[in-house]
Design a protein around this ligand. Structure first.
Ligand SMILES: *Cc1c(COP(=O)(O)O)cnc(C)c1O
Length: 232
C-alpha cells in the first residue's frame, strides 16, 4: 500500500513540477510518519525515502532510537521550549520556530553541542485561531531579531494552510508565503538569505509546488489515515 501510495505522490509531484516549469530536484518530499509505526517507516525507506517528518519530540526520540540508519528527520510540529534539549543530533531541521523564547532555547541547546540547526519560521497565513505561527506582518521583524543567534540558520518559511476540499483555495496562502520570503530577503538582513518554503500537505501539495514549495509534507497520502485513538 505504502509503495503504491508513494508512486502516486511521486507522479503528482513530477506533474506539478512540470506544470510549473520547475526541476523535480527543487522539491523534497517529507514523509510525515507521525503516529505511524516503525514498520511503516521501513516500508517507505525501502522505496527510497530518506526524509521523515514528526510533530512530537517523544516520537522523534523513540523512532531515532529504533531506526539507526542515516535519515533526515524534520521536526514539523509545534515545539515547546522545554523539549528542545532532546533535538540536537536527532533532527536536521525545525520547521516551527515562532517565538523568541523558543529561538533562544534552540540557540542554547545547539550551542551546547557546537552545532548549527536549519530552522524555518512558521507563519499563520490564513490567520486561523487554531494554528500556531506568526502573522505575515510579524515575520520580517522576528527574522531580523533572531538572525543574530549564531546556532540557528534561518533557511526559510513554513505554513500550514487551512484544511480544505478545494486545494485551489489555498493557492493565495502559498503565493503569499513565497512573496513574504522574497520580501524578507530583500531587507538584506546580514546572514539571512532564505531559500526554503515548507508548504503543502496531502490535500494541496500540487498547488503548493506550483507556487514554489521546496518541501512538501505528506502524511495521509503516503501512510493512510491516522488513528489517534491508539496511544503511541
Ligand atoms: C500531520 C502534518 C502534516 C501531514 O498532513 P497530511 O494531511 O496527513 O498530509 C503536514 N504538516 C504538519 C505540520 C503536520 O502536523
Amino acid at each position: 500500500m505504502i509503495s503504491k501510495n508513494l508512486e502516486f505522490v511521486e507522479e503528482n509531484i513530477s506533474k506539478a513540477c512540470k506544470k510549473a516549469g520547475r526541476d523535480r530536484s527543487e522539491v523534497t518530499l517529507i514523509a510525515v510518519s507521525k503516529t505511524k509505526p516503525v514498520s511503516d517507516i521501513r516500508q517507505a525507506m525501502d522505496c527510497g525515502i530518506k526524509t521523515f517528518g514528526e510533530n512530537k519530540v517523544q516520537e522523534i526520540k523513540d523512532k531515532t532510537q529504533e531506526i539507526t540508519e542515516p535519515l533526515n528527520w524534520h521536526m514539523i510540529g509545534h515545539l515547546q521550549a522545554n523539549k528542545v534539549k532532546y533535538l540536537p543530533g536527532r533532527v536536521c531541521m525545525i520547521h516551527s520556530v515562532d517565538n523568541r523564547k523558543l529561538a533562544d532555547e534552540i540557540e542554547k541547546q545547539f550551542a551546547k553541542t557546537d552545532s548549527v540547526i536549519d530552522v524555518l519560521i512558521e507563519v499563520n497565513m490564513a490567520g486561523e485561531d487554531s494554528k500556531f505561527g506568526l502573522t505575515p506582518e510579524e515575520a520580517p521583524g522576528f527574522v531580523k531579531e533572531i538572525s543574530v543567534l549564531p546556532h540557528l540558520n534561518i533557511r526559510g518559511l513554513m505554513t500550514i494552510a487551512p484544511y480544505t476540499e478545494d486545494p485551489e483555495s489555498n493557492r493565495v496562502f502559498f503565493r503569499g508565503l513565497r512573496k513574504l520570503k522574497d520580501k524578507i530577503n530583500e531587507m538584506g538582513i546580514p546572514g539571512v538569505n532564505m531559500d526554503t518554503l515548507s508548504m503543502g500537505m496531502t490535500g494541496d501539495y500540487q498547488v503548493a509546488i506550483e507556487e514554489g514549495a521546496t518541501f512538501v509534507r505528506v502524511g495521509t497520502g503516503i501512510f493512510g489515515e491516522r488513528d489517534y485513538s491508539k496511544a503511541q
